[in-house]
Every structure is written in structure tokens, then in C-alpha cells.
Design a protein around this ligand. Structure first.
Ligand code: NAP
Length: 291
């Protein structure tokens, strides 16, 4: 069994990006600048955003964090987004999700300039992705492709089963892995909560992407020997034995699935760190495109 080490791979990617930034600096070019908008004080969102800001510092990017109170009106948030759209120094920005209930998420995503949409959530980027045109790929699926590529996991002609059809993970990875591309050319089955006989389907999978948000859902009896497992799930589970009061669980029951796997991502240190690395990669791309 080979562990698909997202922490190490993302560190390699960050080193490659840091080198690029140094080249930019040495040749007098603009340094990439990522901004993040955080509305409210949700614990997980604050952790994700601070991780993104720290990663920017590590590779030498400029970063700007805009923190807004949870009562912020939709109108005010849209104004902040327009200001970032019109700020030439900002190459890309993200609006951390989820947003408070009184704000229309779709309206917000539509307001982001597609050329600065480094999360790849704007319909323009989603449409381009589906048509295999140059665009910003959503960071988590992009990170999964990169992990598979760097570990030379064969995907061509393989049966990939994706569990979960969210707009940010399940659906885009199902599209990307079915395309003619590296880490693609697979035959993909996209499953969801209405899928019948899921176990029959996962038992026929060569590669499983578990992205449903149900801790330790995929167990050893649901997979065949030699399977490759990508565990996207991140759920905080109360655990008083930990200093922070919780532990992080993936969607895969690692103990029973790992012994049957050829390749498997751990949680944490699997897909999570790759997501941040690919956000940086998209920001670098946004900066390069402008020049
Ligand atoms: P989501 O929006 O929470 O949707 C969950 C999906 O799973 C839905 O499509 C749902 O089906 C499906 N589902 C739920 N129960 C199921 C079941 N019993 N059998 C089959 N499918 C089932 O998904 P998400 O936002 O992609 O998040 C999924 C997990 O990934 C979460 O734990 C999240 O925290 C994590 N995540 C991690 C990263 C990372 O960087 N590692 C990034 C994003 C998300 P329906 O559509 O029928 O409801």
C-alpha cells in the first residue's frame, strides 16, 4: 500500500511556486497577490482562511484578508467583491464558504470576476472546465488530479466511482477524470444519496473518490483488493482526549480499507493540503496571465 502523501506533495508544489516567485522578483515582475474575504467567525472557516494566508506568506505571495462581521449585508459584500474586481494589484481572490444564510451564495459567486476567480466556482470557469478549455480548475479536484499524476496512478481505462455530487468536489472531479487528459480517460460513475446498491458499485471500482461528508462511511467490505482511494472528507468529531476538543475524520474507514488498497490518501495530510497548494497555483497562473 502506498500512501498518497498530500502534505509532502503540496510542500513540493509550494517550493516550485516559491522558486517562480523568486524569478518574478529577480526580473522585476509583479508578485502574485491573493485576497480572501471571510464573513463571520465560523471556526472551521477561520482555520481554512488562515491556512491559505500562511501558505501565501510561505511562497512569497502578497495576501490580503478582509474580515467582515456575520451581520454584513449582501449589498456590502457585493461592494467589497467589486472593489477587488477593480483593484489591479489583486490577481485573484476567494470568498470563503459557507456564507451566512441571509446572503445569496450564487449572487456572490456570479459577482466575482472570472479572471480573478481562483477558486474556479464562477459559471464561466465551470463551463470552460466542462468543455476542456483553459480555466481555473476548482482547487480540490485540481489537487486530486495533481496527486494522481505525481504518484503516477494509472487512470486511463479505469473505473472511477465518485461518491458525492457537490459542485465543488464530486461533480467537477467526475467531469475531469472522464476527459482526455492526464489523470483522466477513466470511465466514471457518479453516485449520490439516491444511488441504489452503492456497495455493488464501489466493489467494481478501480479508483474511489469519497466526497460525501460522512465520517468513515466507506469500509473495507465495500472495496476490492488493489483499489485506489481518494478520501476528500473532513469532519470534526468531538474528542475530549485532544487539546483542541475534536479530531478530524475522513469519509473512509482507513483501518479496514488501507490493507486492501494499492494507493490511499490519509486524513489529515491527504487532499486537504493539496487544495491550498492548488489555490496558490491558480493565483500564480492568474498573475502570469495578466502579464
Ligand atoms: P456536500 O455539498 O456536503 O454534498 C455531499 C454529497 O454527498 C451530496 O451529493 C450527497 O448526495 C452525497 N451523499 C450524502 N450521503 C450519501 C450517501 N449515504 N451515499 C452516497 N452519497 C451521499 O459535499 P462537499 O462540499 O463536496 O463535501 C464533502 C466532504 O468533503 C465534506 O466532509 C467536506 O468537509 C469535505 N471537503 C474537503 C475538502 C478538502 O480540501 N479536503 C474540500 C471540500 C470539501 P445528494 O446530492 O443526493 O444530497
Amino acid at each position: 500500500m502506498v500512501l498518497l502523501d498530500g502534505r509532502k506533495t503540496s510542500a513540493d508544489i509550494k517550493d516550485e511556486i516559491a522558486l517562480k516567485v523568486k524569478e518574478f522578483k529577480d526580473s522585476g515582475k509583479k508578485i502574485p497577490h491573493l485576497a480572501a474575504i471571510l464573513v463571520g467567525t465560523d471556526g472551521a472557516s477561520m482555520t481554512y482562511v488562515s491556512g491559505k494566508v500562511k501558505a501565501c506568506e510561505l511562497v512569497g505571495f502578497k495576501s490580503t484578508l478582509i474580515e467582515l462581521p456575520k451581520e454584513t449585508s449582501e449589498e456590502k459584500l457585493l461592494q467589497e467583491i467589486e472593489a477587488l474586481n477593480n483593484n489591479d494589484d489583486i490577481d485573484g481572490f476567494i470568498v470563503q464558504l459557507p456564507l451566512p444564510k441571509h446572503i445569496d451564495e450564487q449572487k456572490v459567486l456570479l459577482t466575482v470576476d472570472p479572471d480573478k476567480d481562483v477558486d474556479g466556482f464562477h459559471p464561466t470557469n465551470v463551463g470552460k472546465m466542462a468543455l476542456d478549455l483553459p480555466c481555473f480548475l476548482p482547487a480540490t479536484p485540481f489537487g486530486i488530479l495533481e496527486l494522481l499524476e505525481r504518484y503516477k496512478v494509472e487512470t486511463s481505462g479505469k473505473h472511477v466511482v465518485v461518491i458525492g455530487r457537490s459542485h465543488i468536489v464530486g461533480r467537477p472531479i467526475s467531469i475531469l477524470m472522464s476527459q482526455k487528459r492526464l489523470a483522466g480517460n477513466a470511465t466514471v460513475t457518479l453516485t449520490h444519496s439516491r444511488t441504489k446498491n452503492l456497495k455493488e458499485i464501489t466493489l467494481r471500482a478501480d479508483i474511489i473518490v469519497a466526497a460525501l461528508g460522512k465520517p468513515e462511511f466507506l469500509t473495507g467490505d465495500m472495496v476490492k483488493d488493489g483499489v485506489t482511494i481518494i478520501d476528500v472528507g473532513i469532519t470534526r468529531i468531538k474528542d475530549d482526549s485532544k487539546k483542541r476538543g475534536y479530531r478530524i475524520a475522513g469519509d473512509v474507514h482507513f483501518e479496514s480499507v488501507a490493507p486492501k488498497s494499492a494507493f490511499i490518501t490519509p486524513v489529515p495530510r491527504g487532499v486537504g493540503p493539496m487544495t491550498i497548494a492548488m489555490l496558490l497555483k491558480n493565483t500564480l497562473l492568474a498573475c502570469e496571465r495578466k502579464q
